[in-house]
Design a protein around this ligand. Structure first.
Ligand SMILES: [Fe+2]
Ligand SMILES: [Fe+2]
Length: 302
């Protein structure tokens, strides 16, 4: 491990001890900590409007204020659905990770604790969608099946942690900003706050594991594979965050709106902003080669 990377990690058990302590003190139960029956506040957005896919496009300009708010509800529910999709994959990978470790180690106990966090998050995201009519913005069937491949293959090396970090840090960026935004619905702000607090531990855990995993992956082709595999996972996550089906909620054509969203410079900026913390970290730890960089660029993560 190089000196720069060594600075990035503590002793594995020490980190786990700190994370377990924080989990014991600072965890939520969304069943009790969220008022699921609180009424929607008229006129308030569900996600920051300027972070929405169509913001600034002619389609956006033609929407009424009420339609923009309605669309924000569908975009946030779609994002939470993708979060749930990835969390279920992550729970499987963490369980497989724990299977190979000594259960007496704090590291294993933290991995199991994180599964507990993600279980509560996924139920929280499911209830959130339910609260607004229960539309299931599931990922494209191809992405759904690719997720199963990721769950099986990524744990063979660093792409498990790199892919996890991308999923966690992109959403974190959006939610960290959203939880303090008074223009947003109280429900969005509370869900965001719970997720931000608990995800901070997951990000610490995954960042250190990524560094360790890179340090123990010496074989060139394996390093190449995991760099590209992680970038492909990131690309599918980015492109899945907002389902094209959301546009039907405000009577717009799915295909045309999706096309406008992908070409929207404002949404491309938002995507780069979401990747601003994680992509430089991936570069620093050696996870970005030429091919991976081209993939990150293609989906506007850099
Ligand atoms: Fe989560
Ligand atoms: Fe997480």
């Amino acid at each position: 491990m190089t000196a720069v990377l060594a600075d990035r990690v503590n002793d594995r058990e020490k980190t786990a001890k700190r994370l377990l302590g924080s989990s014991a003190k600072n965890s939520y139960n969304p069943d009790l900590d969220i008022d699921w029956d609180s009424p929607e506040v008229p006129g308030r957005y569900h996600v920051q409007p300027e972070r929405m896919t169509l913001y600034g496009t002619p389609i956006w300009d033609a929407l009424t204020e009420a339609q923009r708010v309605e669309l924000s509800k569908h975009e946030v529910i779609s994002g939470a659905r993708v979060g749930l999709w990835f969390e279920v994959l992550l729970m499987g990978m963490l369980a497989a990770h724990a299977y190979n470790q000594d259960p007496a180690s704090l590291h294993t106990q933290y991995a199991l604790t994180e599964i507990g966090d993600e279980t509560r998050h996924s139920v929280m995201f499911a209830r959130w969608a339910d609260r607004y009519g229960g539309i299931d913005y599931k990922v494209h069937p191809v992405v759904h099946h690719l997720g199963k491949v990721f769950r099986l293959v990524a744990p063979t090396g660093p792409s498990m942690w790199a892919g996890t970090l991308v999923a966690e840090e992109l959403l974190d960026r959006l939610q960290r900003e959203g939880m303090n935004d008074e223009r947003l619905q109280p429900l969005t702000r509370m869900v965001s706050k719970i997720h931000v607090v608990e995800e901070a531990r997951h990000v610490r855990f995954a960042r250190e594991e990524l560094v360790r995993s890179m340090a123990s992956t010496h074989w060139g082709p394996s390093r190449y594979f995991h760099r590209v595999f992680a970038a492909l996972a990131a690309a599918f996550i980015v492109r899945s965050l907002v389902s094209p089906k959301v546009y039907a909620s405000v009577g717009r054509d799915e295909k045309a709106s999706r096309k406008a969203a992908l070409a929207n410079p404002s949404y491309q900026d938002t995507t780069r902003w979401m990747g601003e913390k994680i992509v430089p970290f991936l570069e620093e730890v050696g996870m970005v080669n030429r091919t991976a960089r081209a993939i990150y660029k293609f989906v506007h993560l850099v």
